[in-house]
Design a protein around this ligand. Structure first.
Ligand code: NZQ
Ligand code: ZN
Length: 380
């Protein structure tokens, strides 16, 4: 294991009806801003539960944080937050609302333009934030990351602020999710594990087993959720898998990759493609391109997740990658750039951007523009 510091202060409140705990979680004297997305919470009872729990409190609602939260929308919330002296934020939604609210939490105490914070990549000065999660996917409910977009320039970058002080996870609120969002959430969770697992061999037996436990749970529940997406037990497993996949627990002492994510962010920035969908296309291509380098880990993954135990190593690796792609297909996602109508011009633009930014992703920092080009060529 490599040296590490582990820190995660987010209090999790899990289960049916737990939204009513909001009263106890937010101090009574706070001036609250509640942030929302496009309105799904008005159709599934979440809005009512939140506003009932906060009846009599001093709160302002901010609506319209879009999927892949846009800096212009967030600046509007920041302006209102400054004007009203907001000192507590409650994000009610998915990764986009939570991520956007993380930037708002850093933007309210910041004097300058909030995009400067995104370009800087992080901010330590924030106001406290709690969340009510409505879609299992990003892990944003229990980490300090956010990903902020700027549609005007087709850019999308990671940004780090503070962890939510609490997050409420009630699996029943996911019952209204469209099939596509469930598929994207499952793919996102799967690839989050992979970014921290599919790196170097034997750094930690324990982290490998924790990662594999999440992967195996996802493989087990995905077809069952397709049959019944309103099954409390299954959606509980999904919700906890997504949270545990990106809250630091499986990252202790091991290398991390993140090349697939960084390439995926460019597909979203350039084409508006949903996050989980980008990963289902890019990740199999990453494995194909880096199969030699990741050889031993792919063999371990193939054996422990897909039961691939016989044949020469090259055949086992090929079969394992095929099974991974099949899994994404079984969710109902596209797995090739061609299916999404994306061609060489996009591949070249992403390679150019990576070169221009001096990109060095992957566990060894060797995924440059040229390697990204090869990965994307292998996604065709
Ligand atoms: O906006 P509303 O109307 O609420 O609809 C949303 C949105 O259209 C809908 N939805 C959410 N909960 C629902 C629901 N519809 C019905 N019932 C519910 N219970 O789903 C749509 C997608 O929501 P979004 O928040 O965009 O999904 P997700 O949680 O996948 O977040 C994606 C964003 O998170 C970033 C992605 O890049 C993307 O911008 N990520 C954040 C990470 C982090 N903070 O650590 C890591 C991830 O790798 C990821 O990059
Ligand atoms: Zn992700």
């Amino acid at each position: 294991m490599n040296n590490f510091i582990f820190y995660n202060p987010t209090r999790l409140l899990f289960g049916k009806g737990m939204i009513n705990q909001l009263t106890q979680q937010i101090p009574a004297d706070k001036r609250i801003m509640i942030t929302f997305g496009g309105g799904s919470v008005k159709t599934n009872g979440v809005y009512e539960q939140v506003t009932q729990a906060l009846e009599g409190r001093d709160y302002t609602e901010f609506w319209g944080i879009e999927a892949n939260p846009d800096i212009d929308t967030l600046k509007k919330a920041i302006a209102i937050g400054k004007e009203k002296n907001i000192d507590f934020l409650l994000a009610v939604g998915g990764g986009s609302v939570i991520d956007g609210t993380k930037l708002i939490s850093a933007g309210i105490p910041y004097e300058g333009d909030a995009w400067e914070l995104v370009k800087k990549g992080s901010s330590q000065v924030t106001i406290p934030l709690g969340t009510v999660l409505t879609i299992p996917a990003t892990g944003s409910e229990m980490n300090n990351g956010a990903v902020i977009s700027r549609r005007e320039t087709h850019e999308k970058y990671p940004f780090y602020a503070d962890y939510p002080v609490f997050s409420i996870l009630d699996p029943t609120v996911t019952f209204s999710l469209p099939d596509f969002q469930i598929a994207c959430g499952l793919a996102d969770t799967f690839v989050h594990v992979m970014e921290q697992y599919m790196t170097k061999s034997n750094e930690s037996y324990l982290m490998d087993r924790w990662s594999e436990s999440i992967l195996r749970t996802l493989v087990q529940i995905a077809p069952l959720i397709k049959e019944n997406k309103q099954d409390y037990h299954l959606m509980s497993e999904f919700m906890m898998s997504a949270t545990m996949a990106l809250n630091g627990f499986i990252a202790m002492g091991v290398s991390q990759d993140w090349a697939t994510h960084m390439i995926g962010h460019e597909l979203t920035a350039l084409h508006g493609m949903t996050h989980g969908q980008t990963l289902a296309i890019v990740f199999p291509g990453t494995l194909r391109t880096l199969a030699d380098k990741k050889r031993d880990k792919i063999l371990q993954y193939g054996e422990r997740i897909w039961g691939v135990t016989s044949g020469v190593p090259s055949a086992r690796i090929a079969l394992t990658i095929d099974k991974t792609e099949e899994f994404f297909k079984s969710l109902g996602l596209k797995t090739r750039l061609g299916e999404a109508g994306i061609g060489d011009d996009t591949i070249e633009e992403i390679a150019r951007r990576f070169d221009e930014r001096g990109a060095a992703f992957g566990e060894d920092g060797d995924v440059t523009g040229e390697v990204a080009r090869r990965i994307l060529q292998n996604c065709k």
